[in-house]
Write a protein that binds this ligand. Structure first.
Ligand code: GLN
Length: 278
């Protein structure tokens, strides 16, 4: 039988030994989750015993974390924009830089009375759900090829009270013949074989959500090529991309007849979202 304090110290040592940068925080969050307690409880009552079977589950999750599995998958949830979203290995873990996409979409929706928005490749639904909650005038459609992702996204929308029309299918296929005021997407944009795919827990994430299996621009090309027939006049297409894909994205937009193609940076000053209007 081990106390919370012993578990915390041991878990930190295990994760540090495994080269996990966030060892202290991860150990703490795992322990809080298994003990069903808060940080202050860990500090105030470290002598409390972690009961069985929580201890066994803690040991098992700790071993998985030490092997690099992201904490979000172990806990089954991740925070994005102040909300907790359910996640599983069927969906990408939310990245803070995706907030740039949300902020820009909200800006483009300003002044529109009942805008229609579609989110392509919704994954866990963070983009569609955030937009639905933060722009209640908008009606949201969210598309994903993965049935498992749609199930998670639908659950997130339900738990967070967001009204989103989820549809399973390939990019624009489920919205054939429909037009929107804004199209948003965080598509897979990492090039096949990019060494980044082997780092930081990415091997545990769905590869179909990370890489297009080609040069990193294959999905962006498809989205840009098909977007204009799905936009109302003046409507914006906005999509997330990699740090070195800004210029190529703007060129694709311009070649497809979009106006004023522009790239926006994330908080780290890295090219992150490009967009244009029709
Ligand atoms: N930003 C993610 C990463 O580099 C990739 C997300 C994506 O492909 N949409 O890990």
């Amino acid at each position: 039988m081990r106390s919370l304090g012993e578990n915390w110290r041991n878990a930190q040592a295990v994760l540090t030994g495994a080269g996990i940068d966030s060892a202290r925080l991860d150990a703490r969050l795992l322990l809080e989750y298994l003990a069903g307690c808060r940080y202050t409880d860990l500090l105030m009552a470290p002598e409390k015993i972690l009961e069985s079977p929580a201890q066994q589950v803690f040991d098992a999750l700790l071993a998985r974390r030490a092997k690099g599995e992201p904490l979000a998958y172990l806990l089954g949830e991740a925070e994005f924009r102040g909300r907790v979203f359910q996640v599983s290995p069927a969906v990408l873990i939310p990245r803070p830089e995706t907030e740039v996409l949300i902020e820009l979409a909200l800006e483009k929706l300003q002044g529109l009375s009942a805008p229609k928005v579609v989110d392509l490749g919704t994954g866990s639904g963070i983009v569609a759900v955030s937009l639905a909650l933060e722009c209640p005038r908008a009606s949201l459609v969210a598309v994903d090829l993965s049935q498992d992702a749609i199930a998670i996204a639908r659950n997130n929308a339900g738990r967070l009270g967001a009204k989103v029309d989820f549809r399973e299918g390939d990019w624009f296929s489920p919205v054939a013949g429909e037009r929107f005021d804004t199209i948003v997407s965080n598509p897979p944009y990492v090039a096949d074989g990019d060494p980044h795919l082997a780092l930081n827990g990415l091997p545990f994430e769905p590869q179909m959500a990370l890489t297009d299996g080609a040069d990193g621009l294959a999905c962006i090309r498809r989205i840009v090529a098909d977007a204009s027939v799905h936009l109302n006049p003046g409507g914006w297409l906005l999509f997330e991309h990699g740090y070195d894909q800004g210029e190529a994205s703007r060129n694709l937009l311009t070649a497809a007849g979009f106006k004023a193609a522009v790239t926006f940076q994330d908080l780290a000053g890295i090219d992150r979202v490009s967009g244009a209007f029709i």
